[in-house]
Design a protein around this ligand. Structure first.
Ligand SMILES: CC(C)(COP(=O)(O)OP(=O)(O)OC[C@H]1O[C@@H](n2cnc3c(N)ncnc32)[C@H](O)[C@@H]1OP(=O)(O)O)[C@@H](O)C(=O)NCCC(=O)NCCS
Length: 163
């Protein structure tokens, strides 16, 4: 990890984040304004990872719930394809979990799509557990929360308890 540096996002990072996100299907690409909001108002819980040349090669956008500060959420996590399988996403998630622990969070949640096998394997390795809500439907052999994000948008909900 010496060649790589994880730091909190700053507002100026939002276009770099948008650029990276476009290269990371099957993850859904957001409007640029969403990246701008995270880098302006959720900097404590939004991270980027830079190569030694300072180029951003991955990011994690997350937040702590205003309604229940014990709950954290990972909105988007992405590492550029050439830098995958080097432990960078793991580093981003571990840093994020450390921040959440310091802020007194007890749980962290995320959702992913049943077809995103890479993300499923990754989060399983990171010891997230399935925590689906409501009616379940099996998609591609994976149990999901039916219509979680709207009609036909079945999602897998994952949660990790923080020590
Ligand atoms: C999922 C993603 C973030 C993983 O990033 P990464 O930097 O390659 O992951 P890491 O190298 O940190 O891997 C950490 C662990 O997960 C495992 N893992 C990562 N990708 C995997 C894959 N495709 N299949 C199986 N295991 C995988 C690694 O083997 C590693 O385990 P180890 O510590 O025992 O070696 C990356 O593939 C990505 O950006 N995908 C597109 C966007 C996306 O789907 N994001 C997640 C949903 S928001």
């Amino acid at each position: 990890m010496n060649k790589y540096n994880i730091r909190n996002a700053v507002e100026e990072d939002f276009l770099s984040i948008a650029e990276i996100a476009a290269y990371c299907p099957p993850m859904v690409t957001e409007r640029n304004s969403i990246y701008h909001i995270f880098t302006k108002f959720f900097r404590t819980t939004s991270l980027v990872i830079e190569h030694e040349n300072k180029k951003i090669i991955g990011f994690l956008l997350g937040f702590i719930s205003q309604d229940d500060p014990q709950e954290g959420y990972i909105h988007l996590l992405c590492v550029m394809p050439p830098w995958r399988n080097k432990g960078l996403a793991k580093g981003l998630v571990e840093e994020f979990l450390d921040i959440l622990r310091k802020e007194g969070c007890q749980r962290v949640h995320l959702i992913t799509s049943p077809g995103n096998k890479k993300a499923l394997s990754f989060y399983e390795k990171m010891e997230f557990k399935i925590s689906n809500e409501g009616e379940e439907i099996v998609i591609n052999g994976v149990k999901t929360s039916k219509n979680y994000n709207g009609p036909g948008e079945h999602k897998l909900i994952c949660t990790k308890l923080l020590d």
